[in-house]
Design a binder for this molecule. Structure first.
Ligand code: MN
Length: 289
């Protein structure tokens, strides 16, 4: 199932992105089954029974909207945690001039950064060094603490593309990356949260990023240094993971800062990330007013 959150009359509504008669549609899950929780995060909190009800509601013959007419938000618009992994692809560490980590580098973004596919990345007026990072994101379904690697994938609800947008000057000004990573709109994600049953092995997915006709990143999640189960185990050793928490697993090589000359995001462009089985995350770039 492809869970989405869409915007309608100022409200955020859970939906399922699916295909009917050859066209992409979004089923309004809140109306198709009024007993469902009224958010994707709520559905995840409801566990397997809520997910099964959402699956059934997604086959509804009514409350079906043309996908092209639907304005998406991020699948989880207000996550409790957004944890990001630094330097999780060996060739990206090399292009960044950084040694390979022997323990995951974890930093945080906040919910002010979250936008959905189709929404604009705003270039802050204080920096002209805003970069893209295509990443595989995963979302926690069943929470927990001290989750073992062997059981980790049972705690992952699904996956989605994430763009870990980064202002390189702010990122590198001090040793902590938080400020450079946390401007408003710097975590586009989606279009959908694709449930784990549709994805299978998260470590064999093609991942690529392009702007216009420029192919800038092209790799595969098979190249991840720290796997999804390893990350769940290491993070949950420290903190309780909860339904809807998001982990962005790091970016492959080809970021703009490593291009010669550097290639930063410009107003008027559209940044696209495609991950196999997960769809395309597409965001226009606009200047801060
Ligand atoms: Mn990143």
């Amino acid at each position: 199932m492809k869970l989405v959150t869409f915007q309608q009359d100022g409200a955020l509504i859970p939906g399922a992105l699916t295909v009917r008669d050859g066209r992409d549609v979004v089923v309004d899950l809140a109306r198709a089954d009024a007993s469902l929780p009224n958010s994707v995060r709520g559905i995840l909190e409801g566990g397997s029974s809520a997910l099964a009800k959402a699956e059934a509601a997604a086959t509804s013959a009514t409350h079906v909207l043309d996908a092209a007419s639907v304005k998406l938000a991020a699948p989880i618009p207000n996550p409790g945690k957004i944890l990001c992994i630094g330097l999780n692809y060996a060739d990206h560490a090399a292009e960044s001039g950084q040694p390979l980590p022997d323990y995951p580098i974890v930093f945080s973004k906040y919910s002010n950064t979250v936008i959905g596919s189709g929404e604009a990345i705003i270039l802050p007026r204080v920096t002209d060094k805003v970069d893209y990072e295509a990443e595989l994101g995963f979302v926690i379904g069943i929470g927990g603490r001290h989750i073992s690697e062997a059981e980790a994938l049972d705690h992952v609800a699904g996956y989605m593309p994430i763009n870990d947008v980064s202002a390189r000057d702010y990122q590198e000004r001090v040793s902590q990356w938080t400020m450079g990573k946390s401007f408003d709109t710097f975590a586009p994600m989606g279009p959908a949260l694709v449930t784990a049953d549709e994805v299978g092995d998260p470590h064999s997915l093609a991942i690529r990023l392009w702007i216009g006709d420029e192919a800038l990143q092209d790799s595969n999640t098979s190249q991840l240094i720290f796997s999804v189960p390893k990350l769940v185990a290491d993070i949950s050793e420290v903190m309780t993971l909860e339904p809807g928490d998001i982990v962005s697993t790091g970016t492959p090589p080809g970021v703009g800062a490593a291009c010669t000359p550097p290639r930063f995001l410009r107003a008027g462009e559209t940044c696209n990330i495609e991950i196999e089985k997960l769809g395309i995350l597409s965001n226009p770039i606009v200047a801060e007013r």
